[in-house]
Write a protein that binds this ligand. Structure first.
Ligand code: AMP
Ligand code: MG
Length: 484
C-alpha cells in the first residue's frame, strides 16, 4: 500500500454489484516501469497532485505494480458481438483500478495492457508502446474536437517485451472513462446471468449516468432512450469529422455515450464514404458510411438484453423495443443535419438543407476532396487550387450555398467565425500519427508532443502548426490493426 495518495479518492461502487459482474485480479509485477507520457492537464482536471504523478510511486501505480488505498483491482465481465458474432469477452488486458471521485463526479481509472486476467483467454494481457501512444494521441484529439471520449492520463513502458510479429516494448495506458459499462455488459447479464442481474445492472447504470430517468414511468425504457440518443449524437459527431472507429463491436459501445477503444480507428483524408482502414474488416462492416447503421444494430442488441424490463409480457416488450429502435434513425439524422448546418454556416432551418449538404459530399467524393481541408477552406473563405474546388460541380453548388446564406440575416464575418469553430483545421492525420509513433518507438517524443499540441487546438492554429493542416502529399491506402 502506498503512503502518498497523489490526490486519488477511490470509491468503488462497482464492487456493490453481484460478483458475477467482475473478477478480482492480482497482477504480476512488471520489472522496470518508466513514465513515457503524462497528461498533466487531465491530471489537473481530475484534482490530482500533478507533481506527485511524476514520482516513482505514481509510476508504479500506472504500471499496476502498486495501488493506492481504496483501489479495486478488478476485471469486468462482458460479452459482445464481434463483427456480428456473439462471444464471451471481459477485460482480458485491462484492470479497473477503481472509481476516482471528484466532487459529484466519478470516473473509472483503468490500466490497459496491465497483464493477464481471468478473461484473457489465449492472450498475454499486454499491449505494446505504439498502440498505447496511438490511443493517447487520438483520444485526446477527439476530446479537443468536442467529441465525448474516454481520456488518456498516462503511458508507461514496463521493461518487458511483448511478442507480436516481432518483439516490442511493453506499455500500459491509464484510461479514464465516465464508466466502462458497455452494451456488451448488458448482453453478458442477459446471456450468462439472469433477469435480476440485468435489472441490477440497469439500476446501476441509471444511477451512475442517467439519474433523472429513475422517476420515469418505466425507468428502463427511459434509460434505453437516453443511451440511444447519446449514441446517435456521438456517431453523428464522428461522421461530421470523418472519423472511422473501425471496430464497433457491441463491447466497444459505451452506455455513457463516450467513444471507447482506439484500436483500428482513423480519420478520412480524401473523402470516400466507403472508407475502411482495419486490416480485418474485409466486408467493410464498420466502413464510414455504415457507422450510423451499426449504431442502430448495436442498440437493438441492447434493447434485446433489456426486453424483460420493458414489459412483463414478451410480445408487449418486443413491440416497445421495436418502437424505440424505430426512432434511432430520426435521432441520428437530426443530430447529423444540425451539425452539418453548423459546418455550412446555416443558422436557420430550410427543408432543402439536407439535399445541399448531401450534394456537397457527393461532389467531394467524386473529386476525392480532403474531408477536413474542404470544410475548413469553406470556413476561411479560401479556395485551394485542386480538382474539387476548380470543378464545375463545385461552382454550381457554391452558387446555391451562397444563395442559401443570403437568405439568413447573419453577417458574413459571424457566419465564418461560427464555421471555423466547428470545422477543425487540425486532426491527427494518419501520416502524422505514424510519423510520431515511429519516432516514439525510438524514444524520440518531439513529434508526438508537437502533434498533440497541434491537435489540442484544432480550431485555432498557431503559425508553427500550419503544416499540420495539410493533407498528405499522396493519400496512400492506410491499414490499421486491432488488439495490438
Ligand atoms: P478489443 O479488440 O480491444 O475490443 O478486445 C476484444 C477482446 O479481446 C476483449 O475482451 C479484450 O480484453 C481481449 N484482448 C485484446 N487483446 C488482448 C490481449 N493481448 N490479451 C488478452 N486479451 C486481449
Ligand atoms: Mg474492446
Amino acid at each position: 500500500m502506498m503512503k502518498k495518495q497523489m490526490g486519488w479518492q477511490f470509491d468503488n461502487s462497482y464492487l456493490t454489484l453481484s460478483p458475477t459482474f467482475y473478477k478480482k485480479v492480482t497482477l504480476n509485477e512488471v520489472p522496470e516501469p518508466k513514465l513515457i507520457a503524462l497528461n498533466y492537464l487531465l491530471a489537473d482536471e481530475l484534482g490530482l497532485d500533478t507533481e506527485a504523478l511524476y514520482e516513482e510511486e505514481a509510476i508504479h501505480m500506472f504500471a499496476g505494480n502498486a495501488f493506492p488505498e481504496g483501489a479495486a483491482q478488478i476485471a469486468q465481465a462482458y460479452a459482445g458481438h464481434q463483427f456480428g458474432h456473439f462471444n464471451m469477452l471481459g477485460d482480458g488486458r485491462a484492470l479497473l483500478v477503481g472509481e476516482h471521485v471528484i466532487g459529484e463526479e466519478r470516473v473509472d481509472i483503468q490500466l490497459k495492457g496491465a497483464g493477464r486476467t481471468p478473461f484473457s483467454r489465449g492472450g498475454d494481457g499486454r499491449a505494446s508502446l505504439a498502440p498505447m501512444l496511438r490511443e493517447l494521441i487520438i483520444s485526446e484529439a477527439m476530446h479537443a474536437l468536442g467529441i465525448p471520449t474516454t481520456r488518456s492520463l498516462a503511458v508507461v513502458t514496463t521493461g518487458d517485451a511483448v511478442y507480436r510479429e516481432t518483439a516490442l516494448e511493453g506499455a500500459i495506458l491509464t484510461r479514464v472513462a465516465a464508466s466502462h459499462l458497455r452494451v456488451g455488459t448488458f448482453q453478458y447479464a442477459a446471456a450468462f446471468a439472469g433477469v435480476e442481474e440485468v435489472r441490477e445492472l440497469a439500476d446501476y447504470a441509471i444511477s451512475r449516468h442517467y439519474p433523472h430517468v429513475a422517476t420515469a414511468d418505466n425507468p428502463y425504457i427511459a434509460f434505453f432512450e437516453e443511451v440511444m440518443e447519446r449514441q446517435a449524437e456521438l456517431i453523428a459527431k464522428w461522421q461530421l469529422v470523418g472519423f472511422v472507429h473501425g471496430v464497433m463491436n457491441t463491447d466497444n459501445m459505451t452506455i455513457s455515450g463516450e467513444t471507447i477503444d482506439y484500436g483500428p480507428c482513423a480519420f478520412i483524408n480524401a473523402y470516400d464514404p466507403d472508407s475502411v482502414f482495419s486490416s480485418i474488416d474485409h466486408e467493410g462492416r464498420y466502413r464510414y458510411s455504415n457507422q450510423p447503421f451499426i449504431g442502430g444494430w448495436n442498440l437493438a442488441r441492447l434493447a434485446e438484453s433489456l426486453l424483460p424490463l420493458f414489459a412483463e409480457d414478451e410480445d408487449e416488450a418486443i413491440t416497445i423495443a421495436k418502437q424505440l429502435i424505430g426512432r434511432y434513425e430520426d435521432y441520428y439524422e437530426a443530430y447529423w443535419i444540425s451539425g452539418m448546418r453548423e459546418k455550412l454556416g446555416l443558422i436557420s432551418d430550410e427543408p432543402d438543407d439536407l439535399a445541399l449538404a448531401e450534394r456537397l459530399l457527393t461532389i467531394m467524393a467524386q473529386y476525392k476532396a480532403d474531408f477536413t481541408q474542404t470544410f475548413r477552406a469553406l470556413s476561411e473563405n479560401v479556395r485551394p487550387v485542386n480538382a474539387f474546388f476548380t470543378s464545375e460541380e463545385f461552382r454550381v453548388w457554391e452558387q446555391q450555398w451562397h444563395a442559401r446564406l443570403a437568405r439568413q440575416e447573419t453577417m458574413l464575418d459571424d457566419m465564418q467565425a461560427m464555421m471555423q469553430s466547428v470545422n477543425p483545421a487540425v486532426i491527427p492525420r494518419n501520416h502524422l500519427v505514424e510519423e510520431a509513433l515511429t519516432a516514439a518507438q525510438q524514444h524520440d517524443f518531439t513529434k508526438l508532443e508537437e502533434l498533440m499540441a497541434a491537435c489540442a487546438n484544432p480550431y485555432d492554429v498557431l503559425p508553427e502548426h500550419m503544416h499540420y493542416t495539410e493533407p498528405p502529399a499522396d493519400d496512400e491506402p492506410y491499414v490499421t490493426y486491432c488488439g495490438t
